[in-house]
Design a protein around this ligand. Structure first.
Ligand code: G6P
Length: 607
C-alpha cells in the first residue's frame, strides 16, 4: 500500500526523503509528495504519477527544511491526482497516512460544519483537520494527536509534523506497519526497514495501537491507553545499498533470473546434503501432533499454498484447508484447538492475512508464518517462522518469492511426512534429493528465456488466454494466469484441465491461446485428453512439458517447450518459471510498465 517516510535531520531532508520513497515505491505509485518545515511554514511538493514526476518537480522547485515527511500513494479514496496526493496539510499540521479511515465521512461532516475547508477527496485529510481542530483549542500537539487518534476508526500508519514545532514528529500505528529509526542526532520514520536501510539499521516497530513522540534525540512510545511503554530496538539485516536492476531491463526479469540462487539459499537453510534430510528451524509445537492444517494467504502466496495443499495431503497424509485470507477471516470458521494454521506472505504485512493470523491465534491454533521479511508483523506475531531467503523483491509481480515459498513448503511437507511417519527414510532421501536438484534444473529452464519471448508474441496479441493443469500443476496454471493479468492486462484464467469441459471449453477458438502445464506425471494422460479436446475445437495450444511428455503428445501444438525431467514432486517449482517468463515478455511486447503495473501495489495493508 502507501509508503511513509519521515526525518528529523541535521541537514536538509528533502533529498533523503526522496531516497526513502524510492525504496517504498513498490508499495504504491499513483502519486508522491513530501512536506517540510521552512521558517515555521509547511512547504509541500506533490505530483501525480510515479516518483520520477516528484523528482522532476523538486529539481525545478527545490525545498529546504530539516524536518519532513514523505509519501508514495496507492489510491483508496479519491482518484490519483496532485490534489489527493499526500502529505495533506492544514494550518499547522501536515500528515502522511497509509490505511483507511473508515469513519472519515462523519468526521469530515463534523469538521466542515465547524468551518474546516477540505481540499481533497481522501479519507486521510480528515486526520489533518481533526488534529488542527484540537490545536485550535490551544491543546499541545501530543495531546491533540492523542485525542484525534481516539476518534479514528479503521487502519492507519500516520506521520505528522507541526509548523510550530520544528523538532517534533508524531507517529501512530493501528493495523498498518510503521517503524522508528535511530540515527546520530537524527530520527527517522518508515513503513518498513527497507525504507530506512540507507539511514540506519537500528529500528523499533510500533506495536499495534502505539503512537510515538519523536524528537531529534529520541522517542517516547505510548500504547493505545496512553501509557508510556518500552519497545525493543532491533538491528535490521537489510543493506543500505539501493537494490539495483544490474544488467537487466526490469526488476522482474532480474528477479526471475535470481531464482536458481535464492532457491538454493533457501534450500541450504533446511537441507542437509550429507544425510539428504530436511531440518526445519525449531518450532514451538510438534508437527507429529497436528491433525489438521489451514493455509491462509493472498495473491501469488495463495497459489503457493495451493501447491502445498497437494504436497501435504499426498506426501504427509494430513488434511489441509486452504483459503484466501479475505474470505477466511469473515467466514470466521470453527477451528479445533491444536490445529496448525500456516500463513504465507512475501511482505508479512498483508492486512487480511494478518487479521486471519490473529483470528487463528485467538482460536487456539499453532501459527506458522512463511515470510520473506523477517522483521514483518506476521513474523513477530506467529509462534513459528519459516523464512524464505529470496532477498528484497522489488517487482510488484511476485516471482522469486513464489519459488522460494514453494521450496520452503516442499521442505515442510517432507518434515511433516516424517513426523507423521507417512514416509520412510528412503522416501525422505528421495524427495529431498529431488529438491536438492531444483536450483540446477531451474537454471536450465531459464535458458528458454528467448524461446518464451518468441511464444509471448502469440500471447501478446490475444484478448483472452487459458492456462490448464492438473494436480499440483493446476495452481501453477492459476499463477501463470495471474502473472499475465497483472502485468500485461490480458484477461487470463487458470483452470483445472479436467474441469475445462464444464465451462471454459465454450471459449475455445483460434483466438484464445491455451497454455498447458503438463509434466509427465501420473496425471499426464488425463491432461493429454484435455489437450485433444482443445485442439479438436480449433484451439491453439502451447505445451510446457518434458521430453517423454512431448514425445507422447499426438496432436500438433503451436508451441512446445521442453523442460528438464524431474521428480513430479518438485515439478511445480520448475514449471512456475516459464509462465513467469511468458507473462514478462508479453507485457514487454505490449509496452506495459512491468515493474509497476497499473492499480497494483506490492504490499496490501488495507482490507
Ligand atoms: C499483492 C501483490 C502480490 C502478492 C499479494 C500478497 O497483491 O501485488 O504480488 O502476491 O499482494 O502479498 P504477500 O506480501 O502477502 O505475499
Amino acid at each position: 500500500m502507501c509508503g511513509i517516510v519521515g526525518i528529523i535531520g541535521k541537514a536538509e531532508v528533502a533529498p533523503l526523503l526522496v531516497e526513502g520513497l524510492k525504496r517504498l515505491e513498490y508499495r504504491g505509485y499513483d502519486s508522491a509528495g513530501i512536506a517540510t518545515l521552512v521558517d515555521g511554514r509547511i512547504e509541500r511538493r506533490r505530483a501525480e504519477g510515479k516518483l520520477a514526476n516528484l523528482e522532476a518537480l523538486l529539481a525545478e522547485r527545490p525545498m529546504g527544511g530539516r524536518i519532513g515527511i514523505g509519501h508514495t500513494r496507492w489510491a483508496t479514496h479519491g482518484v490519483p491526482s496532485e490534489r489527493n496526493a499526500h502529505p495533506h496539510a492544514g494550518k499547522r499540521v501536515a500528515v502522511v497516512h497509509n490505511g483507511i479511515i473508515e469513519n472519515f465521512r462523519e468526521l469530515k461532516a463534523e469538521l466542515a460544519d465547524a468551518g474546516h475547508l477540505f481540499d481533497s477527496d481522501t479519507d486521510s485529510e480528515a486526520v489533518v483537520h481533526l488534529i488542527d481542530h484540537y490545536l485550535d483549542q490551544g491543546i499541545a500537539p501530543a495531546e491533540a494527536t492523542a485525542r484525534a487518534l481516539r476518534r479514528l476508526k479503521g487502519a492507519f500508519a500516520l506521520g505528522i509534523i507541526f509548523s510550530d514545532h520544528p523538532e517534533l514528529m508524531i507517529a501512530a500505528r493501528q493495523g498498518s506497519p510503521l517503524a522508528v529509526g535511530y540515527g546520530e542526532g537524527e530520527m527517522y520514520l518508515g513503513s518498513d526497514a527497507l525504507a530506512l536501510a540507507p539511514l540506519t539499521r537500528k529500528i523499533t516497530y510500533l506495536a499495534d495501537g502505539d503512537w510515538a513522540v519523536v524528537n531529534a534525540d529520541g522517542v517516547a512510545f505510548r500504547d493505545r491507553e496512553g501509557r508510556l511503554v518500552n519497545r525493543e530496538v532491533r538491528e535490521s539485516r537489510l543493506s543500505g545499498a539501493l537494490v539495483g536492476k544490474g544488467q537487466y531491463r526490469h526488476f522482474m526479469l532480474k528477479e526471475i533470473h535470481e531464482q536458481p540462487q535464492v532457491i538454493g539459499d533457501t534450500l541450504a537453510s533446511m537441507f542437509n546434503p550429507a544425510s539428504r534430510t530436511i531440518t526445519l528451524p525449531d518450532l514451538p509445537f510438534d508437527l507429529a501432533g497436528v491433525e489438521r492444517v489451514a493455509i491462509i494467504a493472498c495473491g501469488t502466496s495463495y497459489y503457493a499454498g495451493l501447491v502445498a495443499k497437494y504436497w501435504i495431503e499426498t506426501v504427509a497424509r494430513v488434511p489441509v484447508d486452504i483459503d484466501v485470507a479475505s474470505e477466511f477471516r469473515y467466514r470466521a470458521p470453527p477451528l479445533r484447538p491444536g490445529g496448525l494454521a500456516i500463513f504465507i506472505s512475501q511482505s508479512g504485512e498483508t492486512a487480511d492475512t494478518l487479521a486471519a493470523l490473529r483470528y487463528c491465534r485467538e482460536h487456539g491454533q499453532h501459527t506458522l508464518s512463511l515470510v520473506n521479511v523477517p522483521e514483518s508483523t506476521m513474523a513477530r506475531e506467529s509462534d513459528g517462522v519459516l523464512p524464505t531467503l529470496a532477498g528484497p523483491e522489488i517487482g510488484v509481480a511476485s516471482t522469486k518469492a513464489f519459488s522460494t515459498q514453494l521450496t520452503v513448503l516442499a521442505c515442510l511437507a517432507i518434515a511433516f511426512a516424517r513426523a507423521n511417519k507417512a514416509i520412510d527414510a528412503a522416501e525422505e532421501q528421495h524427495l529431498s534429493q529431488a529438491l536438492a536438484e531444483v536450483p540446477a534444473r531451474v537454471a536450465e529452464v531459464l535458458r528458454h528465456d528467448e524461446r518464451m519471448a518468441d511464444i509471448a508474441r502469440l500471447i501478446a496479441e490475444a484478448r483472452d488466454v487459458l492456462y490448464l493443469g492438473r494436480g499440483s500443476s493446476f495452481p501453477i496454471a492459476m499463477e501463470g494466469a495471474l502473472k499475465l493479468k497483472e502485468i500485461s492486462y490480458i484477461h487470463a484464467e487458470g483452470y483445472p484441465a479436467g474441469e475445462m469441459k464444464h465451462g471454459p471449453i465454450a471459449l475455445i477458438d483460434p483466438r484464445v491461446p491455451v497454455v498447458v502445464i503438463a509434466p509427465s506425471d501420473r496425471l499426464y494422460d488425463k491432461t493429454l485428453s484435455n489437450v485433444q479436446e482443445v485442439v479438436a475445437r480449433g484451439g491453439r495450444v502451447v505445451v510446457l512439458s518434458d521430453a517423454p511428455g512431448l514425445l507422447e503428445m499426438p496432436v500438433p501444438a503451436v508451441a512446445e517447450v521442453e523442460l528438464p525431467v524431474v521428480d513430479p514432486f518438485v515439478a511445480p517449482i520448475l514449471y512456475a518459471i516459464p509462465v513467469q517468463l511468458l507473462a514478462y515478455h508479453a507485457a514487454v511486447l505490449r509496452g506495459c510498465d512491468v515493474d509497476r503495473p497499473r492499480n497494483l501495489a506490492k504490499s496490501v495493508t488495507v482490507e
